[in-house]
Design a protein around this ligand. Structure first.
Ligand code: MG
Length: 515
């Protein structure tokens, strides 16, 4: 009898304890692709891409059909993702950072990682950073709220001698000179230079696994920002994926990224935390056409990277959290600038006390409700305070006030996408209905839509009246002394490769340990 009472008491205690335990904060994973367009994934309709893991993620999660990046190029898009603020506010304009850039994402900006750390998260970024390095590493992720960093701090086309840093497979680009070979950082130390692209995805995935397991061991929620080098040019893939796709080099690269995505999901499952992890997949901008058939695809959208046409900024967006967020497709309007407030809502974090441009996506994720935003702002690759916003979307309508060409070659059939298409001002603006014309083919007669144009003009004026431009970080210029080098001074410069493609791997026995 005494034993029975003890058992009942224990059971009651366990039940009370169980019900009193607050829901653990969700783990958060952002899977971020580079230059992957709206039409590149099989789940978004590409006929020859093989992305089974992203397809599975979409079948178990919520696929956005109207999801946007904040910029048609890399650095500003990443700055807006991590701060919830347009690049014009946070200073990451005009254009992108290069390996000798002096500037970086300003340290007084609050990143998602910093805000999540404040509420107990372990934070890690694996892959492309592209928000500056600095003379003394002052702009690396480790100074922006991330406990752990591993990756190349910029795009891998910004390094010289591609035959050198791509030693084991064909090279799909020209050798550039004048900059240092691509460095692989682990936290603030360069552990490989030149980086071996054929191994990097597996290395980063392994690093992410260690990071996840370490956080789980410490019973800590975590924020993993998995920022793939794929599918920026030049295309590359490891041994497992080279010549694996009928789509060619772009397809090989995409398959390797998809494999990495699958590995991350497997790690979550292995650790038994997949039901308490929110995962979001997206891309930093639309497809680049500069390498033609080795580039991405915007599907039915017009133009690509470098433009404010839909193909430049409407990107894949897939959210996943089993048994929590709804499953299916949403046509609601959202974008990467909305990620910061959404994650704070999920994690119980605080928003910084600055002007935020993002809107919480929770109503779309959880309740099949309307998006909190009706307006989306399009800035070009290189915003200019004298010109301001290039296009504005209000509900299904989008007006172009300016446009410029992107990266498409001179023979590309649609001239507005070509690299040689100069700045155009539209007066009256070019107006499209994106719900029945997502390809922006049939401009509406603005005289028939005066009420719509007034709404758009008013939204543009209100937004621009509240825009305080941050000091331009790209305006701080380039300085060769700022190039990240494993060897002090990088002398002779650059010293890691030779013109015949023979590379000196600085630390071939690299072993990476995580704490
Ligand atoms: Mg990009």
């Amino acid at each position: 009898m005494k034993l029975l009472r003890l058992c009942v008491a224990s059971l009651v205690y366990l039940l009370v304890q169980g019900s009193a335990t607050p829901q653990a904060k969700p783990n958060i994973v952002i899977l971020f692709a580079d230059d992957v367009g709206f039409g590149d994934l099989s789940v978004y309709g590409h006929p020859t891409s093989s992305t089974p893991n992203l397809d599975k993620m979409a079948s178990e999660g919520l696929l956005f059909t109207q999801f946007y990046s904040s910029s048609p190029v890399c650095s500003p898009s990443r700055a807006a993702l991590l701060t919830g603020r347009y690049q014009t506010r946070n200073g990451v304009w005009p254009g992108v950072f290069f390996s000798p850039s002096v500037g970086g994402l300003p340290l007084n900006e609050t990143t998602i990682a910093e805000s999540l750390k404040d509420v107990g998260y372990k934070t890690g970024v694996f892959g492309k950073w592209h928000l500056g390095v600095g003379k003394d590493n002052e702009y690396l992720p480790t100074r922006q709220g991330f406990d752990t960093y591993m990756g190349i701090p910029f795009a891998h086309d910004m390094c010289p001698c591609l035959v050198c840093f791509y030693p084991k497979a064909p090279c799909f680009d020209q050798c550039q000179t004048g900059t240092t070979p691509c460095p692989l950082f682990h936290n603030e130390e360069i552990v490989q230079q030149p980086v071996d692209l054929t191994e990097i995805t597996a290395t980063l995935v392994k690093g992410a696994e260690s990071f996840i397991n370490s956080a789980v061991d410490q019973k800590s929620p975590f924020f993993l920002y998995m920022s793939f080098q794929h599918n920026h040019h030049p295309q590359f893939a490891g041994k497992m994926f080279t010549n694996s796709s009928i789509r060619g080099p772009y397809g090989d690269s995409l398959s390797e990224m998809d494999w990495g995505v699958g590995q991350i999901f497997q790690f979550l499952k292995n650790a038994g935390i997949d039901d308490n992890t929110f995962v979001l997949f997206s891309s930093d901008n639309g497809p680049s056409f500069v390498r033609q058939i080795r580039g991405g695809n915007g599907g039915l959208l017009r133009c690509g990277k470098g433009t404010t046409w839909e193909g430049g900024m409407r990107v894949p967006g897939i959210a996943w959290w089993p048994n929590k967020i709804r499953v299916g497709r949403t046509m609601e309007l959202a974008g990467t600038v909305d990620v910061f407030p959404t994650l704070m809502s999920l994690a119980g974090g605080k928003l910084p006390n600055v002007t935020m441009d993002g809107v919480d996506m929770a109503p779309i994720l959880f309740g099949n409700k309307k998006s909190g935003r009706s307006v989306y702002i399009y800035y070009p690759s290189s915003p200019d305070p004298k010109l301001g916003v290039y296009a504005v979307r209000w509900n299904q309508y989008k007006a172009h006030y300016y446009s410029n060409g992107g990266l498409a070659p001179d023979f590309y059939p649609d001239e507005v996408c070509r690299g040689n298409y100069s700045l155009h001002k539209y007066n009256p603006p070019l107006l499209y209905n994106l719900h029945n014309d997502p390809g922006e083919i049939y401009a509406l007669n603005v005289k028939d839509y005066s009420n719509v144009m007034k709404q758009i003009d008013d939204a543009k004026s209100a937004f621009e009246a509240g825009m305080v431009w941050g000091e331009s970080q790209m305006g701080r210029g380039l300085n060769p002394q700022y190039e990240p080098c494993a060897k002090p001074g990088c002398t002779p410069f650059p010293d890691c490769c030779t013109t015949d493609g023979v590379s000196e791997i600085l630390r071939p026995d690299m072993s990476i340990a995580f704490v």
